[in-house]
Design a protein around this ligand. Structure first.
Ligand code: XIL
Length: 379
C-alpha cells in the first residue's frame, strides 16, 4: 500500500528527462566530479559567477588559494582564509572539494626552495602536508599530492629543488605523509603534457606512467593520475588520450582530468571545433570507468589564466554568464551515453539495463519499486 502511494506521488512530480538538465545534474547522474578551478571575483562579477559555479558544477578546486605561497608564506605560519572561503561556499552548496596541491616546484616561497638539507626539507614538507590535510580533513575527497615532477619531453625527473635536494624519493615520501594525514582522501600524481601517447606528449606520458607504476609496485599509497589537459585545438589526439587512460586504468589507478582548457579564438568555426574537443574528452571519460573527475581550469573565459581575450572554457561573460557551444558538448557527451543502472546497495550482478521501468526524481534515478538506482560506468 505504502509503495503504491509512493509511486503515485512520484509519478505526479516526475520531471521530464529532457535536454534542459544542467551540467551539474548530468554529471551527478553519472557520478562524475565535474568541477571548475575557482578564484572568487569581486564586485558585480561575484553573484553571477557563484550562481554559475553552483548550478553547473558539483566540484570546486582552488585555482591558487591552497598553494604553498598562499598557505605557508612564512615557515609554520598558516593562512587558510582565502581557501576557506572557497571551501565553505563549495560545501554549503552541496558540492565536492578537490585539493590542489601539496608539493610543487612553482608558487612556493623562497624559504622552502632555499633549504639545502635533505632531512630539513623532508620535515618541512611533512609539516606542510600535515597542516593542510589536517585543516581540511573530511572536506576534500581528492588531493594533488605531487605536481609536475616529470621533465618536458623526457621520461626522467624534472630537476626541481625537491629532486635535487631530496632525490626521486621525495615523491614516495609526499604520498606517505599525505596518506597518514588523511587516510580517506584519494591521492593523485598530477602533470601536464602527458595526456596522450603520440606526438609531443608521448615521451612524457611514458615517464608519468613509469613513475606511477613504480609507486604502485612499491606499495606507495597512490589512487590516481591527474591529466591536467591544457590543450589547444591542434594538440588533441582523442584516440591516443583514450589509450593512455586505458593503460592507467590497467594499473588500478583512477584518471582525473584536473585542469582542462582548450584554447582557441572567437570564430564560429573555432567555437564549434572547441565544442567537439570538449565533447570527445568527456565521451572518453564516461567510457572509462575509472575516470571520475573532470575539471575545467576556470568557470568563464574572462577569468582564464590564459589571459585577456582567452577563449578556452565552457562559459563566457562576467556580469552575465552564458554557456558556450562547448558546454553543449559536455551535456551531449554525458547524455549521449546510454546508461546501465544498478539498484543502489543492491546485490552485485543484479543489473537493470532498461531505459523503461525507471524514472528520475530531483536528479536521482529510481526503479518502479522506488529503489534508488546508480549508473554503472559504460564499458
Ligand atoms: C596557474 C593559475 O591558474 C594562475 O592563476 C597562476 O598565476 C599560476 O598557476 N598547472 C597547475 C596550476 O598545476 O596550478 C596552474 O595554475 C596552471 C598550470
Amino acid at each position: 500500500m505504502k509503495r503504491i502511494a509512493l509511486l503515485i506521488a512520484v509519478s505526479i512530480s516526475m520531471p521530464a528527462l529532457s535536454g534542459a538538465q544542467t551540467l551539474r545534474q548530468l554529471a551527478d547522474s553519472r557520478g562524475i566530479h565535474f568541477g571548475a578551478a575557482v578564484t572568487l571575483p569581486t564586485g558585480a562579477n561575484l553573484a553571477p559567477y557563484e550562481s554559475t559555479l553552483s548550478q553547473q558544477f558539483n566540484t570546486s578546486v582552488c585555482e591558487n588559494a591552497m598553494k604553498w605561497q598562499n598557505t605557508e608564506g612564512t615557515r609554520n605560519v598558516f593562512n587558510f582564509t582565502a581557501a576557506d572561503a572557497i571551501v565553505d561556499f563549495t560545501l554549503s552548496h552541496g558540492m565536492y572539494m578537490r585539493g590542489h596541491n601539496f608539493v610543487w616546484h612553482s608558487q612556493v616561497p623562497g624559504w622552502v626552495s632555499n633549504i639545502t638539507n635533505r632531512d630539513t626539507l623532508l620535515a618541512v614538507m611533512k609539516n606542510h602536508i600535515n597542516q593542510l590535510a589536517g585543516h581540511y580533513k573530511g572536506k576534500i575527497y581528492e588531493w594533488d599530492v605531487v605536481n609536475e615532477a616529470i621533465a618536458d619531453g623526457s621520461t626522467g625527473f624534472r630537476t626541481s629543488f625537491w629532486y635535487q635536494r631530496i632525490g626521486a624519493d621525495f615523491i614516495d615520501s609526499a604520498f606517505v605523509y599525505a596518506h597518514r594525514a588523511d587516510p580517506n582522501a584519494l591521492l593523485v600524481y598530477n602533470d601536464y603534457g602527458a595526456e596522450g601517447m603520440t606526438g609531443s606528449t608521448a615521451t612524457k606520458s611514458t615517464g608519468v606512467y613509469n613513475l606511477v607504476s613504480g609507486l604502485k609496485t612499491r606499495g606507495i599509497p597512490i589512487n590516481g593520475v591527474g591529466l591536467q589537459s591544457h590543450f589547444n585545438l591542434n594538440g588533441f589526439d582523442t584516440a591516443s588520450i583514450g589509450a593512455n587512460m586505458s593503460r592507467i586504468e590497467a594499473l588500478g589507478l583512477n584518471i582525473s582530468i584536473t585542469e582542462l582548457d582548450i584554447s582557441t579564438s572567437n570564430t564560429t568555426a573555432n567555437l564549434d571545433a572547441q565544442k567537439a574537443n570538449y565533447k570527445s574528452l568527456m565521451t572518453l571519460c564516461v567510457h572509462h570507468p575509472r575516470c571520475k573527475t573532470f575539471i575545467t581550469w576556470g568557470v568563464n573565459d574572462a577569468q582564464s589564466w590564459k589571459g585577456a581575450g582567452a577563449v578556452a572554457l565552457l562559459f563566457t561573460g562576467t556580469t552575465t554568464i552564458t554557456a558556450k557551444p562547448a558546454a553543449s558538448g559536455i551535456s551531449e557527451a554525458i547524455s549521449g551515453v546510454s546508461s546501465v543502472w544498478q539498484v543502489a546497495n543492491g546485490r552485485p550482478g543484479v543489473l537493470r539495463q532498461s531505459h523503461l521501468g525507471r524514472f528520475e526524481l530531483n536528479g536521482s534515478m529510481f526503479d518502479l519499486r522506488g529503489r534508488k538506482l546508480v549508473a554503472l560506468p559504460v564499458p
